[in-house]
Structure formats: C-alpha cells, structure tokens
Write a protein that binds this ligand. Structure first.
Ligand code: ADP
Length: 484
C-alpha cells in the first residue's frame, strides 16, 4: 500500500544511512500507527547504537567534501530540496496527517513552514561573515572566521514531524555541517520522505542520515560518540536535561528547545474579539500539542466573564475528527498517555474548584479524541498552573492588577512563549519587558516564522532556531592573531 500518495516512493520503511536505505542489523522493526484510527501504516527499523555509529561515521566521512564546497553550491542544493518539498506538499501533508493526526490544512501549513527554513538558510548560509578587528599592537592582524561545528546529532519530536527536522538540518547543512537525525518513534515517515527528496535534490550520501529506532540507545551513541560535536534537541525538558547531562562528558555544544508553560494574558483594555482569535490559534492548533501553545489564560477581572463567554463560543465551533476529513479542525491526540495526562490535569483543576464551561470529557468519537475544553475559575494551586497540558484544555485564571499578571506569568520554571493582549502603549512596553520568556506575542497568537529567532530561556532551553541568529548555533568562532 502507498497510503493514497501520488508518489508512492515517498513512503519508505527503511532508515537512510550513507545514502542507502537500510534495515536494522538484527532485522527488528516497530509499527507506525495512525492516531485517528489505530491502523498500522508501516513498520520501520528498530535501530540501536550499532547503526547510529555507522551513520555518524558516514556523516564524518561526508564532512570534508561538504564543508569544502562553496556556500553558494550548498545553497543551490538546498534550494532544489526546498522546491521538491513544495512540489510534493500534498503527499507530504497527507503522510504527516496519517502518522501525526493534525488536520490536513495544518499539515499543508507545516510542510510550507518546514520548507521555509530550508529556503531561508539556503540564503542565509551565504552570509556567515567573519570579522577583521583593529589590532591591539603594531603589525598585528586580528581576524575572526566562522566555521561549521562538524557532525551534528538531531533528535526531534512528533508534534511537528517535518518542521522540527528542517529547522535544525537546514542551518546545519547550509554552513557545511553534516547530520544524523533521530525522528520521534511516532512519526518517522515524514522524516524518511524528506530524505527521499534530499537525495533527489542531489545532497550527497552521508550528509544527511536518518536513524529510526530505540530513543535511549540512539541518544546514548549520539551524545557519547566523540565524532558528534553538537546535539540539537526539541522535546520534553526531562529528556533535554538527560541529553545535556550525557553531553557534559564530551563537552558537546547543545541546542535545546524544551517544554513551555505559556501564559496568555488578557488585560481589561484588550480587543476581546482579537484576543479570542489569538487564543484559539495559540491554544487549539495541533489540538494543543505545540510547545508554544497557551497553557494558562490569565484574564483581568473587568473582562473575565465576557472573554470566557466569547472564547467558549468559538471553542464550541471547533470540529473534531480524522484529520483527513474535510472541515475537521481538531485531530486526535498522539497516544493514550497524552489523553491520560489531559484527563488527570483537568480532573485536578476541577477538584480544586475549576468550573467546566465547555467540553471536559473524551470525545464521542472515542479513541484518542478529546473534547476541546474550557475550564474557568482555576486556582493557581492547580497542577495545570505549573505543568504543560499539551492538549485541548484551556484553563482560565483571574487576576486584578498588571503587577499580579506579571508575577503569575513568571511564576514557572519555564520561559518559552508568552502572549498578551492590551492596547495601552505604556503597558505594552512594561509587560513585554517584564515577561521572562524567549518569545512574546503581543496582540498576536501565532508567532512562529523562519525569519525570527525561536527559542526559550530558563527550563525551556538554550539556543535559537530560524533567523540570522539560528545560523550561530551551527558555527564555531575561530580567532586568528597574525603578526607580521
Ligand atoms: P514527548 O514527551 O513530546 O514525546 P520526548 O522528549 O519524550 O517528548 O521526545 C522527543 C524526542 O526525544 C523523540 O524523538 C524521542 O524519541 C526522543 N527521546 C526520548 N527519550 C530519549 C532518550 N532517553 N534519549 C534520547 N532521545 C530520547
């Protein structure tokens, strides 16, 4: 079966190492399933350290020639990859929805978003400029070169099976690094399809390798192997901490994009209709399964009831179902563990005084579908005030003053994205500067773009992806001091 793809060869069930489609050494495999139906879509190799070591060796062997090419030459190959992805957007989106569950329209959006990083870094890679520094003594010449870090290990999550790969790999490849990618076990098919198109674009064997399989064992090899010079990870804070600790021994560079606990603040002077549009986009995109999804709605007393009512009305219009069905805006959650977490955080919020305004239960469709939910009057002692729900539940917390809102917003170990709606210019500046977050959406619920730096502070991680800053994560600075 080719799962209804126009190009059946985009569905691969082998890993991609050194330009060859490869099975696990011991032939072991695992299933990839459709979260909307439970159907098995494909089986892929269950690889471990052995195959990862081979992939790292391939990346190391490909590095000298790839690094030695001109940036313009690498850029041309990346642009070809970008175009092939956009030409196959429909198939890639279908595959993504099948393995991940998000509505097809969102999947199409992700393919375009993912491809945009390749386009951007194909351009930006040509501008990895160094410096000439006025010397500190007569006759000296001081120069700064930027050089690729070398072999990169990338570990990516299931919520954006395409874009989380491209935004690491595009800057890496653009500046001359080679890479070994371990996609999430739930969503390897989108990663393998990307490799098909990279090969077709002419990206040489070994430059991009995709290893599917056992997360802990592949992670051990990627972090423990001295050939790998950098780990780039997107996923949970728990695994990010583990990988950072594993990287400590070899003092590897790390970029970590981890969990969040995004506040979405609605002030009395907000445009409420705009706030509802932003809230809906920020909370319910991907059924609440993004690291920048609003996790806590902090609403000022003067507009609390009005906002709750308008937001509930908008939530009731969401359409839950199989992402391939036309008109569906909310797909299933990724797995049963995710559903259990949503139920447990919601039960806790209700036990502590939260009031269900809409939703509140698993969806009548059964399986992994959950009702888009609004729960009001949640106290800050509820677990959901501290923990990422990663599902379609919006809890409302009430606040009185601007200072209270800022204190509540910052009362978390996380610091990825925050959002607020206000019109007063003085307040906009004060709040924007006071929020301890890497990204702040002001009167805007959708902030992700390849042209801006994405990333967090505190337990949400380190490093930035996208934009001119995203290039630095894959470059080392070398200082040359030359005396005449
Ligand atoms: P989530 O909770 O979103 O699934 P994870 O952090 O568990 O987030 O997963 C993100 C990525 O990290 C996935 O590719 C997953 O396979 C990988 N991963 C999970 N555990 C480990 C581990 N011990 N070592 C390396 N990678 C891991």
């Amino acid at each position: 079966s080719t799962l209804g793809l126009t190009r059946g060869d985009l569905l691969r069930s082998d890993a991609y190492i050194n330009g060859a489609w490869t099975d696990a050494a011991d032939g072991q495999r695992f299933d990839v399933t459709n979260p909307a139906t439970g159907a098995v879509l494909a089986t892929v190799p269950l690889m471990t350290q052995t195959e990862t070591r081979a992939a790292i060796a391939a990346a190391a062997a490909a590095l000298p020639a790839w690094r030695a090419r001109t940036a313009k030459d690498r850029s041309a190959l990346l642009m070809r990859w970008y175009r092939l992805i956009m030409e196959n957007q429909e198939d890639l989106a279908r595959l993504l929805t099948l393995e991940q569950g998000k509505p097809l329209a969102e999947a199409r959006g992700e393919i375009a978003y993912g491809a945009s990083f390749i386009e951007w870094f194909a351009e930006e890679g040509k501008r990895a400029y160094g410096d000439v520094i006025p010397a500190h003594k007569p006759g000296a010449r001081l120069l700064v070169l930027k050089q690729p870090v070398g072999v990169v290990g990338a570990i990516t999550p299931w919520n954006f099976p395409n874009a989380m790969i491209t935004r690491k790999i595009a800057p890496a490849l653009a500046v001359g690094c080679t890479a070994v990618v371990k996609p999430a076990e739930a969503t390897p098919l989108s990663a393998l399809a990307l490799a098909v198109l990279a090969e077709e674009a002419g990206i040489p064997a070994g430059v991009l390798n995709i290893v599917t399989g056992d997360p802990a064992r592949i992670g051990q090899e990627l972090t423990g192997n001295p050939i790998v010079r950098k780990i780039s990870f997107t996923g949970s804070t728990r695994v990010g901490q583990l990988l950072m600790a594993q990287c400590a021994e070899g003092v590897k560079k790390v970029s970590l994009e981890l969990g969040g606990n995004a506040p979405f603040i609605v002030f009395d002077d907000a445009d409420l209709d705009a706030a509802v549009v932003g809230a809906l986009a920020s909370k319910y995109r991907n059924s609440g399964q993004t690291c920048v999804c609003a996790n806590r709605f902090l609403v000022q007393s003067g507009v609390y009831d009005a906002f709750a009512e308008k937001f509930a009305e908008a939530i009731r219009k969401l359409n839950v179902g199989d992402g391939l069905t036309a008109g569906v805006t909310q797909g299933p959650l990724i797995n049963q563990v995710a559903v259990n977490k949503v139920e447990s955080l919601l039960a806790d919020a209700v036990a502590k005084g939260g009031r269900i305004v809409t939703g509140g239960t698993p969806h009548a469709l059964g399986g992994l579908f959950f009702e888009p939910t609004l729960v009001a009057d949640v106290p800050t002692t509820a677990r959901i005030a501290k923990e990422e729900v990663f599902g379609p539940v919006a809890p409302l917390f009430r606040f009185e003053t601007e200072a209270d809102a800022i204190a509540m917003a910052n009362d978390t170990e996380y610091g990825l994205a925050a959002y607020f709606y206000a019109r007063d210019l003085g307040r906009v500046w004060r709040v924007a500067e006071a929020l301890e977050y890497g990204m702040v959406g002001i009167n805007d619920g959708m902030i992700s773009t390849e042209v801006a730096p994405f990333g967090g502070i505190k337990a949400s991680g380190t490093g930035r992806e996208g934009s001119k800053y995203g290039l630095n994560d894959y470059l080392e600075i070398k200082y040359l001091a030359m005396s005449a």
